[in-house]
Design a protein around this ligand. Sequence first.
Ligand SMILES: [Zn+2]
Ligand SMILES: [Zn+2]
Length: 114
Amino acid sequence: MKQLHKHIVNGRILKANGSWLYCDVCNKTVGYLVYSTYQNFRFDFDCKCGNKGHFELEYKTDKEIEKSNAELTTKKNRLCCPVDEAPLLTIVEKNIEKCSYSVTCNKCFKKYAG
Ligand SMILES: [Zn+2]
Ligand SMILES: [Zn+2]
């Protein structure tokens, strides 16, 4: 079994390892994390309600993670890995003031930030 390290502040996640991410104060969605394609994921958001929250989910690995300066590609609101097209996350822009994220694809082990 792969062990998931998880640290969430002022937020809530629908499933144990992914799916909808919610603001803990107004209960609106702030993002969506695809559960099957990430190695690690970090998401910091400022919600329109004034709440600031943090999500961190990580599977440990011995593989080398390489930072990429490439942009994620967008397909129907889903941000995808540009190398293998793996769908990674969605940001619910209308409910948040701003956010920052990093995500590592578990197919190519490239790490993207935005
Ligand atoms: Zn909120
Ligand atoms: Zn990838």
